[in-house]
Design a protein around this ligand. Structure first.
Ligand code: SF4
Length: 337
């Protein structure tokens, strides 16, 4: 049995089968989520005898760090290996100050959505992660760094809304057991409309980020085949309904690719498309991935694009590049493994 990912109630049930008190469950819960230990032996406020008994039925984790890379800017990328040999990448980013630690987690091994600019898509889809496997990624970061993750973004490998049950269960654990506020958790999607509708009905406090990347059907389908299944017009209807039902602004993610979607004409089309949607816009200058020919936009083009969108009254940010030297930047995951 794997203890990581278990709730306090589940641990209490386990304790009762072992003939131990509920208080033991609290202690173990604290060791897993607050102190981030990886073995039962480290739970030193449990008696040696009880630790031996617990070790007969359980381990803290069965997940390993296969590779760890540290970027010049402090970003850390982990290749996390599960017992079946499948691996995903998880990234720890430090924004503003060291107190603000964001984990970018993966929700699937590989991805079936097949966006043309994405390194993950090159490996195809392999399987969904269980909620415990998602949770393990954050535990691995905490164990390895000794630091507490404060923010989570579901922006690693995979399409979270195609594995929504596990993503929601992991979100509940991040919220309840890690004490990470729902407002500090972002779920990103390529535009899976049934998933967006489900999130709207759940009315969570988390942020929904939509990877839009183009303002028209014709342009979007060139880089995102999902556009053929859920087109941009229906997507906007779903996003507007989400914003209305939840009262929350959507974050529009927009990767700027030189000469493709970074021109002033496209900026105006994007402003027009988004004019009646409550949203903030996050521009992400493209990061080169070896397997394709897309290019990074110039700083001048990024600033012009930003200006035109701001002129339409939207709040626009340009995402800081993190971990580009270790292929941990957006769209670069699973670049080399
Ligand atoms: S960008 Fe996201 S949704 Fe698109 S292929 Fe990559 S992991 Fe999948």
């Amino acid at each position: 049995m794997i203890l990581a990912g278990m709730s306090l109630e589940e641990l209490e049930e386990l304790m009762s089968t072992l003939g131990a008190t509920k208080f033991r469950a609290k202690q173990i819960h604290n060791w897993i989520y607050a102190k981030s230990v990886s073995t039962i032996d480290e739970m030193t406020d449990l008696s040696l005898k009880f630790r031996e008994q617990l070790k007969e039925t359980a381990v803290v984790t069965d997940t390993k760090i296969k590779v760890k890379q540290v970027s010049k800017d402090g970003t850390i990328k982990y290749l996390v290996e599960y017992p079946d040999g499948e691996c995903v990448e998880t990234v720890l980013m430090r924004f503003d100050n060291r107190a603000n630690l964001t984990a970018c987690v993966s929700s699937q091994v590989g991805c079936a959505v097949n966006c043309s600019f994405c390194a993950t898509a090159k490996g195809g889809f392999r399987r969904n992660l269980t909620y415990k496997e998602i949770v393990e990624q954050v535990l691995i970061i905490q164990r390895d760094t000794g630091l507490k993750v404060t923010n989570i973004v579901f922006m690693g490998q995979g399409e979270p809304l195609l594995n929504l049950d596990n993503v929601l269960k992991a979100l509940e654990i991040f919220n309840r057991d890690f004490q990470i506020g729902a407002r500090r958790i972002t779920i990103s999607t390529s535009g899976i409309i049934p998933g967006i509708n489900r999130l709207a009905d759940l009315n969570l406090q988390s942020t929904l980020a939509i990877s839009l990347h183009a303002p028209t059907h014709e342009l979007r389908k060139e880089i995102m085949p999902i556009e053929n299944k859920y087109n941009i017009t229906d997507l906007k209807t779903a996003l507007k309904s989400y914003a209305d039902k939840t009262g929350r602004r959507v974050t529009v993610e927009y990767i700027l690719i030189h000469g493709f979607n970074d021109t002033p004409r496209v900026a105006k089309e994007l402003a027009y498309f988004l004019k009646d949607l409550k949203c903030n816009i996050n521009l992400i200058p493209y990061n080169s991935v070896v397997e394709n020919d897309y290019k990074k936009p110039s700083t001048d083009d990024i600033m012009k694009f930003k200006y035109l969108l701001e002129h339409s009254g939207k709040k626009v940010t340009v995402r800081l590049e993190r971990g580009a030297d270790i292929d941990a930047a957006c769209g670069q995951l699973r670049g080399k493994h």
